[in-house]
Write a protein that binds this ligand. Structure first.
Ligand SMILES: NC(=O)c1ccc[n+]([C@@H]2O[C@H](COP(=O)([O-])OP(=O)(O)OC[C@H]3O[C@@H](n4cnc5c(N)ncnc54)[C@H](O)[C@@H]3O)[C@@H](O)[C@H]2O)c1
Length: 340
């Protein structure tokens, strides 16, 4: 299939581009590089041994995006491009609604103009808020606690309304990710957090590498087995492989829209994650328990059974592999920083 990947230079996008190219798909990346480095494209090309065509553009530039899709004529689009910082979305809600909701509208219009009717969309488990039950099924109540989550839910609505419109040819797979972590086992691509990381895993690896003094654990008095928050950490390569499977489902093409959880279904606490990293790096990663952080949820992990059945897919990589791959990436990053 010929696939346009918006945000293909980003964390999850870059891993998905690798999996697509390795399985013989024809890929064209669209990225503004507002949260990624241009060098990622060359690193992907080196990894798969093929050139990676790309267009540097902002998906909010509707006419440039439309021209690009008309020229590339993709069979499908995987849409990652978005702003993703929960904290930033609280202080800059308009930027987030514009980038994420308007960006999705701009993409759907360009796809329509280019006659492309297959879409895979990146959504998030954040839209469940504090779940009533775990594991969380796709039918759980949707209560996104932040502007970021609400922009993702609003984007889901826009996509479903376009799918359901009379005479619409659009079909879509909406994927709700739990907690993507890890990096490519080659150590060549991974997460590139700018400034203070929002997520636990890069915080831990930066601390293990001596770039931060300790990990802050926000609350150890939650009603969980060890008192810390509990999450569903999924290896980014498992996530990437699920996108390839979603394309195959779209190629089959009878469903109109599908919404699927992507997680492992296995809960791990924050302290268990720190311990797993400590085992891999060979020394204890220092941490300090601090006050609970407003808006953090207590526990959330996926019921991935629908995705497993419909995509014929399963997250197979262990917590140890997650830590080993993330740590390899962090060491390579530290070496690059020293060389710069
Ligand atoms: N990483 C997570 O924890 C997580 C969890 C759930 C859902 N998601 C969703 O998955 C998607 C990918 O996340 P990620 O972690 O890879 O993020 P990322 O920031 O690493 O990648 C996003 C990419 O999109 C590009 N981009 C952003 N706005 C753009 C625009 N207007 N035009 C063109 N390019 C643009 C950025 O330059 C970047 O390369 C996002 O939609 C995010 O909301 C991420």
């Amino acid at each position: 299939m010929k696939v346009v990947v918006t945000g293909g230079a980003g964390y999850i996008g870059s891993h998905t581009v690798v999996e697509l190219l390795e399985r013989g798909h024809d890929v064209h990346v669209v990225d503004s590089f507002c949260n990624s480095e241009r060098s990622v494209i060359a690193r992907i090309a080196g990894l798969v041994g093929k050139p990676v065509p790309f267009s540097e553009l902002d998906i909010l530039d509707s006419s440039a995006l439309t021209d690009c899709l008309i020229e590339v004529r993709p069979d499908a689009v995987i849409h990652f491009a978005a702003l993703k910082s929960v904290g930033e979305s609280i202080s800059m809600p308009l930027e987030y609604y514009r980038a994420n909701v308007e960006g999705t509208i701009s993409l759907l219009s360009a796809m329509d103009a280019a006659g492309c009717s297959r879409l895979v969309f990146s959504s998030t488990a954040t839209i469940y808020g504090e779940p009533e039950e775990c594991p969380v099924p796709e039918t759980a109540s949707l209560r996104p606690p932040t502007p970021y989550g609400r922009t993702k839910l609003a984007s889901e609505w826009v996509i479903r309304d376009c799918v359901d419109a009379p005479d619409s040819k659009l079909i879509a797979v909406i994927l709700r990710y739990f907690n993507p972590v890890g990096a490519h086992p080659s150590g060549l691509i991974g997460e590139l957090p700018r400034g203070l990381p929002n997520n636990l895993a890069p915080y831990i690896t930066q601390t293990a590498a001596g770039l931060r003094s300790h990990v802050r654990v926000f609350g150890a008095d939650y009603p969980t087995p060890d008192g810390t928050g509990v999450r569903d950490f999924i290896h980014v390569v498992d996530l990437a492989v699920a996108h390839v499977a979603a394309l195959q489902v779209l190629e089959g093409g009878d469903g109109k829209s599908l919404t699927l959880n992507l997680g492992t279904g296995r809960p791990y606490s924050v302290l268990e994650m720190i311990q797993a990293f400590s085992d891999v790096v060979g020394h204890p990663v220092p941490y300090e328990v601090v006050e609970r952080r407003t808006g953090d949820i207590v526990e959330s992990w996926a019921d991935p059974s629908r995705a497993e059945a419909l995509l014929d897919w399963r997250a197979t990589r262990s917590l140890r592999e997650i830590c080993e791959d993330a740590w390899r990436w962090q060491r390579n990053l530290s070496c690059r920083a020293l060389e710069d």
